[in-house]
Design a protein around this ligand. Structure first.
Ligand code: FES
Length: 314
């Protein structure tokens, strides 16, 4: 007999909503052969801070792949598959040499593009025969302003390296940083076009993490131009109209308006991004944002260029 004091038309949907939602398989998977995994592999992606990469090979994970990142004795960056093509020893335990990386097991030497340079202890005819088939999987790597980028897609489709004009403004300082998250990459990425969260999460719910004005809920406007999506939050502050714009450039590059300097109380014209970041899947359940905090007249003030600055943002 149903309880007559609780109408079946009222709320109390706990039982019906107890099932966990599923995942959007197209968007959340990042491995090779998945829809988004292949999409992300058509773009240069940051994989490390330059300050983290030394002549000791290190194991990293990106887009679900375990890879070994290093700098050889000539200062060149290398990003290679974890397993040596000979007997599958881990290249993490290899040794960096002047021209590449040497496997710890039988001493094969590989160039940064994965080609075999030396196979010790074998007759020359055999070496020449084996070399073309024995390449180590490798990806192109380059450094830009303190971030190390790699291209993990098919080499015949490698795109031009992107340099945005907002990163080239004279007099501004770009400070590279990283932030690690234990969730899927989309859960980190979508906040850039979610202006309401700044009013609550970063302001009203705790404290004014950035400026007081961020707590205002403004008029929200959204635009699209080609691969770029813009989200504007327009607030009235006294006699001023404060327009803060965030941008997402597909698939995973974001540029955000000033975090600390703007609050609408004083005139600022044509401010530029104060933090730019790539939201990179480590695997399906972990993400790293590789970013620059940007300081200068048109971004955030230089006094925020402290280790705590990026920490506050993230
Ligand atoms: S396993 Fe690497 S050289 Fe043999």
């Amino acid at each position: 007999m149903p309880d007559p004091t609780v109408s079946s038309n009222s709320g109390y949907r706990g039982y019906h909503q107890a099932q966990r939602g599923g995942s959007d398989e197209i968007l959340v998977r990042c491995g090779q052969g998945t829809a988004c995994g292949e999409y992300l592999r058509r773009y240069w992606q940051p994989v490390a801070l330059a300050s983290e990469v030394e002549d000791v090979p290190q194991l990293i994970r990106v887009l679900g792949e375990e890879l070994v990142l290093f700098r050889d004795g000539s200062g060149r960056y290398g990003l290679v598959h974890k397993q040596c093509p000979h007997r599958r020893a881990s290249m993490e335990f290899g040794v960096c040499e002047e021209n590449g990386i040497r496997c710890c097991y039988h001493g094969w030497l590989f160039d940064i593009d994965g080609s075999v340079l030396e196979i010790p202890g074998q007759p020359e005819p055999l070496v020449e025969k084996v070399k073309p088939q024995a390449t180590l999987g490798a990806y192109p790597v380059r450094e830009f302003r303190g971030l190390v980028f790699a291209y993990l897609g098919p080499i015949e489709k490698i795109p031009e390296f992107p340099i945005y004009d907002t990163l080239e403004i004279e007099g501004q300082t770009l400070v590279p940083y990283r932030a690690d998250y234990r969730c899927n990459w989309l859960q980190v990425l979508d906040a850039i076009l979610d202006p309401i969260h700044t009013s609550f999460l970063h302001s009203r719910m705790s404290r004014a993490q950035f400026s007081e004005g961020m707590g205002e809920i403004g008029e929200l406007l959204f635009y699209q131009r080609d691969m770029s999506f813009l989200g504007a939050n327009v607030r009235r502050v006294g006699d001023h109209v404060w327009v803060r714009v965030n941008e997402l450039v597909l698939p995973n590059y974001t540029q955000a308006g000033a975090a600390f300097s703007a609050d609408g109380t004083r005139p600022i014209y044509y401010g530029r991004t104060a933090f730019a970041r790539w939201v990179v899947p480590i695997d399906d359940e972990n993400t790293t944002a590789f970013a620059w905090a940007i300081f200068g007249d048109r971004a955030d003030p230089v006094e925020y260029n402290t280790p705590e600055g990026p920490e506050l943002i993230e």
